[in-house]
Design a protein around this ligand. Structure first.
Ligand code: NAD
Length: 363
């Protein structure tokens, strides 16, 4: 039996932020990061909340949120006792909020209404039942329906300030979500439809927003593609591209989307090497109006190049070769146990994962 899950009610489109005025709340907690607070974006959002609502802003979230940050957030939320929690930011802010609410719930807190407002178009975290938390040097994907927000508000005006580099990274995260969801061994007609739509938008609109951050129609479409890809992968699961990126990101702290983008052609080739695992890539290429899996692979490589993303992990210049070799076995071990690995279409050994890391490092 299959199932399809979508918990969050979606509010989207220009001026979607005005929905905030209709929320019943008196004590609001906003979980965000320092940049969004200091840049004035948090105030731009909270001004739409009902007059008289008391607002507490918790702006301590850092990229790749740690378990320690989550634990501190759990203490904080018991002090604030909000009736509405808004996660405002990229995947890091939304994931931190999800984990804070999850662990606070385990300690007996009654769950307030939880609304996610993404300010990047990348993770789809506003609708997923995933939260990625860093424990020591490992990024751990928590997966539980209880993590999913109750509502998601997509107002692309909040993504306008995302600089080209982060636009590229997060956009390639959308592409990787949709592609891994499509080829996943848990894919269904429903998730395929969403993955294909998200990929069409990414190929068309990601170059547009990379070159012109004020292209608001394309920003809006990317925000929707991110969410649609999130719905696809929350139901179909992901694959080893994400498992490899999680273990690598926990160790070497490179933006998640950039790691996904660098790894992706190597992971695609690994699958396409065997006819049985190439087949869904061919099918996907046809759905996207391309000739075959080879053309799809080339389009991914071309897009990555247009966005100024490196071809190899070595090209990043921040991952020392000796440190990489020292940790490659541990990272492969962690990736083999990652929650994204079971839905990968092709079974993998730890040695396969080591080989993929080395391929992606050296090119
Ligand atoms: P992020 O949240 O880490 O943010 C990256 C940077 O972008 C930060 O410095 C942030 O301040 C900045 N930023 C955010 N919004 C901005 C804006 N509007 N203007 C200018 N700068 C802005 O990046 P992300 O890619 O959105 O999230 C990555 C995290 O999400 C990783 O930890 C990743 O593992 C996780 N993730 C989660 C899921 C999920 O389903 N829960 C899926 C994929 C990835």
């Amino acid at each position: 039996m299959n199932e399809f899950y979508l918990k969050a009610k979606l509010f989207f489109g220009p001026q979607a932020v005005e929905h905030l005025g209709s929320l019943k709340c008196s004590n609001v907690l906003v979980v965000t990061d320092g940049f969004l607070q200091e840049s004035g974006m948090v105030n731009k959002m909270t001004q739409y909340l009902p007059a008289g609502a008391h607002v507490t802003v918790y702006s301590n979230v850092k990229p790749d949120p740690s378990q320690e940050l989550v634990d501190a957030g759990v203490e904080m939320i018991f002090d604030v006792k909000p009736d509405l929690v808004i996660a405002f930011g990229g995947g890091s802010c939304i994931d931190a909020t999800k984990a804070i609410l999850y662990f606070a719930g385990e300690k007996g807190m009654e769950r307030p209404y939880f609304l996610a407002i993404p300010t990047t178009a990348g993770t789809g975290s506003e609708v997923t039942n995933f939260a990625v938390i860093t424990r020591g040097t490992t990024k751990v994907a928590l997966i539980d329906d209880a993590l999913a927000p109750d509502g998601a508000l997509l107002d692309a005006s909040f993504t306008r300030s995302v600089p080209p580099k982060i636009t590229a990274d997060t956009g390639m995260d959308v592409l990787t979500h949709a592609l891994e969801a499509y080829v996943s061994n848990k894919a269904t007609t429903f998730t395929d439809a969403m993955a294909v739509k998200a990929l069409r938008i990414v190929f068309e609109d990601l170059p547009v927003v990379f070159h012109d951050g004020d292209a608001m129609r394309a920003r809006g479409r990317m925000a929707e593609a991110s969410c649609v890809a999130g719905i696809a992968f929350t139901n179909a699961g992901l694959g080893i591209n994400h498992s490899l990126a999680h273990a690598l990101g926990g160790r070497f702290h490179v933006a998640h989307g950039r790691l996904n983008a660098i790894l992706l052609p190597y992971v695609m080739r690994f699958h396409m090497a065997e006819a049985k695992y190439r087949e869904p890539y061919d099918r996907l290429a046809h759905e996207l109006g391309m000739a075959d899996a080879d053309e799809l692979l080339q389009r991914v490589i071309d897009l990555r190049h247009e966005l100024g993303i490196e071809n190899t992990l070595a090209d990043l210049g921040t991952i020392d070769p000796a440190a990489f070799e020292e940790h490659v076995g541990d990272m492969a071990e962690a990736a083999s146990h990652d929650r994204c690995t079971p839905t990968n279409p092709r079974p993998v050994s730890k040695q396969d994962l080591v080989n993929l890391y080395r391929d992606a490092y050296n090119g």
